[in-house]
Design a protein around this ligand. Structure first.
Ligand SMILES: [Zn+2]
Length: 497
């Protein structure tokens, strides 16, 4: 174990705190490649648990996994005008295929072999719409081939200059769903359905409440007809876009000649959707729940849900408490709980508590000789609270405690979000609110991209979403909170990651 270091308090420096939590929990580390991170085993396990839950939900809604190439011909990106504009500034390009020895010393010992220049450069995928719809065009001939519902788990490269662990790195992991449908209504229903799947996952598994809604024209995905998003409020009152789902219309179908024969015998362009969530969600999880002692992980995504720490002074005591610890571990594992028994020597119980806390383990069981004699263990929740629990029915009481922790984390995050939201905001209130920043501001919006740009310039806040009905204020705003022109939709503004 690395030497335990103090975590910078959130109130002092949120950004430092965030990095400290990730490093102490051993979720990720900086790599020798600038802008790229290493996801360490504890962090990768969180990702695997996320993947497992989401993958089951994708399959339950009829999607199949497939895999497409990492490299995309440069010309593919150029086929959809908006799309190329959106990604041109951040692509990595492969132009050559080999190096050659120079006979010189050090770094100069090898150089690019000019003979190996590719006729057409390859883009390292920043997203896969182009390559996937090129393949769909090959596979789809008639209405009988529709809908086609595909998902891919993969890595993505988008060149970034200002990077932050999990939130913004040049390479990251994600899934991208890509579908083709016969009608616009079906594509729209699919885009909305997947937004709902993400919401369910983020609320039920990550215990992270989200606001769903539509993006404005200036915030939508490059090449989409409509973009829907999930936005979550972090503890520094900034918003994190936690996932997006796009109705792509026929934009890509037209660019890649993705046509199908209709029941009537005519030819029609298909309607596409794409949707994705990434390892960025781990950053969201950290910033939603964690505290000044380190990571707080919702039990359903915790790599270790219960850590058992036996406490002993003598060899004889050691035998007794670790024996009981072993039984408890077996019983909990049998009940499907992810459990560790911490029998490390030469480490004081206090240091073990500290480490499991930093790693976000939701529940700790302490077993001392007196507990064994009394037929009980001491339980300590990561979110606070210590209580003895009888050894009988321990698996059941641990499972109940984990459920309670899961529910309480969601409730606390939701209460926090609501306490940091203002509705029916006026321009002076808005300016004041965004100085700190204060959270989500709901208000009328005229729909003008110029007005949106002016607000961003003045306050660094952007429209996160035009919220879905259940998130809208009881009273529909009549005027744009900024320019005073008639409002076309209520908007949720925030400063964002
Ligand atoms: Zn306006």
């Amino acid at each position: 174990m690395a030497q335990a270091q103090k975590i910078t308090p959130r109130a002092k420096d949120f950004s430092e705190w965030y990095n400290d939590v990730i490093m102490q929990a051993e979720l990720a580390d900086y790599s020798p490649v600038r802008g790229c991170m290493v996801i360490r085993p504890h962090g990768y396990r969180v990702w695997e648990l996320m993947q497992g839950a989401l993958d089951a939900m994708f399959k339950a809604t009829g999607h199949q996994n497939a895999y497409f190439p990492l490299f995309i011909p440069q010309s593919f990106l150029a086929k959809e005008a908006e799309h190329v504009e959106g990604f041109a500034k951040e692509v990595a390009l492969v132009t050559h295929t080999r190096l050659r020895a120079t006979g010189r010393e050090g770094a100069a010992a090898i150089e690019v072999d000019p003979e190996s220049k590719l006729e057409e450069p390859l883009v390292v995928r920043p997203t896969s719409e182009t390559i996937i719809y090129a393949m769909f065009a090959k596979w789809i001939q008639s209405y009988r081939d529709l809908p086609l519902l595909i998902n891919q788990w993969c890595n993505i490269v988008r060149w970034e200059f200002r990077t932050r662990l999990f939130l913004r790195t040049t390479e990251f992991l994600w899934q991208e769903g890509h579908t083709a449908h016969a009608t616009e209504a079906e594509a729209e229903a699919e885009a909305r359905q997947m937004l709902g799947v993400y919401r369910k996952f983020q609320e039920d598994w990550m215990a992270m409440p989200v606001i769903t809604g539509r993006k404005t024209e200036s915030e939508k995905f490059a090449g989409a007809l409509r973009t829907y998003a999930l936005e979550a409020l972090m503890q520094d009152n900034k918003s994190l876009q936690a996932g997006t789902s796009h109705n792509l219309g026929q934009n890509f179908a037209k660019a890649f000649n993705l046509q199908y024969q209709t029941t009537a015998g005519g030819l029609e362009y298909a309607w596409n959707t794409s949707w994705g969530v990434s390892t960025r969600m781990i950053g969201g999880l950290v910033m939603t729940h964690s505290d000044d002692n380190g990571l707080v992980c919702p039990p359903r995504l915790a790599p270790v849900q219960v850590a058992i720490v036996p406490i002993w002074k003598s060899e004889e005591e050691r035998g007794r408490v670790s024996g009981v610890g072993g039984q408890v571990k077996a019983e909990l594992a049998q009940a499907g709980i992810r459990v560790e028994l911490d029998l490390r020597e030469n480490m004081k119980p206090g240091a073990k508590y500290f480490e499991w806390e930093a790693k976000g383990v939701p529940l700790r069981l302490e077993i001392g000789p007196r507990d064994v004699a009394a037929g009980q263990v001491m339980t300590a929740r990561r979110t606070g609270g210590k209580a003895p629990a009888p050894l009988d029915w321990l698996a059941r009481s641990a499972a109940l405690a984990l459920d309670e922790i899961q529910a309480s984390l969601f409730k606390a995050a939701k209460d926090r979000r609501e306490a940091h939201s203002i509705r029916g905001v006026t321009k002076p209130q808005f300016i004041e609110f965004m100085k700190q920043p204060g959270g989500f501001a709901y208000g009328g919006f005229c729909g003008s991209p110029d007005c949106e740009a002016e607000i961003k310039q003045a306050t660094a806040a952007t429209v996160r979403v035009l919220p879905d009905p259940e998130f809208r204020s009881p009273e529909t705003p009549k005027l744009c909170m900024w320019c005073g022109k008639p409002s076309v939709a209520e908007a949720v503004w925030a400063q964002a990651y």
